[in-house]
Design a binder for this molecule. Structure first.
Ligand code: HPA
Ligand code: MG
Length: 222
């Protein structure tokens, strides 16, 4: 009798440590950020296509059942809007289209480009709509601390099943990161802005994900 070992490969889109990003001149971007960003780290079109793939994976996995989506603000608002749009579009062309309902929660823990110990959950007290199949959407996962606390919070509302999607996961060797179930990109531990990710509330209006420059950090420092 022979034993068969099944190797399971998890595909993630890894961005290498030495990836400098694309030169700014190759893309369009708001002129007022010209000195404030170093390079285009992930162009908007690439983000969108990756999110379309995540929508496909989520629909395949979660079965074509109605989804309760919990969006983590503020950084997750674009990711959430685009992912839900793709889920709806793909579901519409399936045999059993699903309904998606949304709720929003706000987390705050960053000052300048540093995470602080002071994590605040600001949001609706009643998340009982999560009782069905819940999908939690977060734009960025770095130390995993925030995600752990968020999941504990969500569990209080007894969802049938919880899955987490993160657009960006940072490679931080020292952290015991709980990986989201769906990951857009795994990136080095660098501070990025754009596509709703901010530095002290600036750069949310940038479509690409970019590397912030030293000039940008100084200009918008609190
Ligand atoms: N950019 C913006 N917000 C963040 C980041 C980042 O790289 N990491 C955690 N919050
Ligand atoms: Mg922020």
């Amino acid at each position: 009798m022979s034993l068969c070992f099944l190797a399971v490969t998890v595909f993630t889109l890894q961005i290498a440590d030495d990836w400098p990003g694309y030169k700014l001149e190759l893309f369009t971007y708001p002129e007022h950020y010209r000195e404030d960003v170093e390079s285009v780290y992930i162009p908007h079109g690439v983000i969108m296509n990756r999110i379309e793939c995540l929508a496909r994976d989520i629909l395949e996995d979660m079965g074509h059942e109605n989804l309760m989506v919990l969006c983590v603000l503020k950084g997750g608002y674009k990711f959430c809007a685009d992912l839900v749009d793709y889920i709806k579009a793909q579901s519409r062309s399936s045999v059993r289209p699903i309904t998606t309902r949304m709720e929003f929660i706000r987390l705050r823990s960053y000052l300048n480009d540093r995470s602080t110990e002071d994590l605040q959950i600001i949001g609706p007290e009643d998340l009982s709509m999560l009782k069905g199949k819940a999908l939690t959407l977060k734009a960025i996962v770095d130390t995993g601390k925030t995600m752990k606390m968020l999941l504990q919070h969500v569990q209080n509302f007894q969802p049938k099943r919880v899955k987490v999607a993160g657009l960006l996961v940072k490679r931080i060797p020292s952290s015991a990161t709980i990986l989201p179930d769906y990951v857009g990109f795994v990136i080095p531990n660098r501070f990025v802005v754009g596509y709703a990710l901010d530095y002290n509330e600036y750069f949310r209006d940038l479509n690409h994900i970019c590397l912030i420059s030293e000039t940008g950090k100084l200009k918008y420092k609190l």
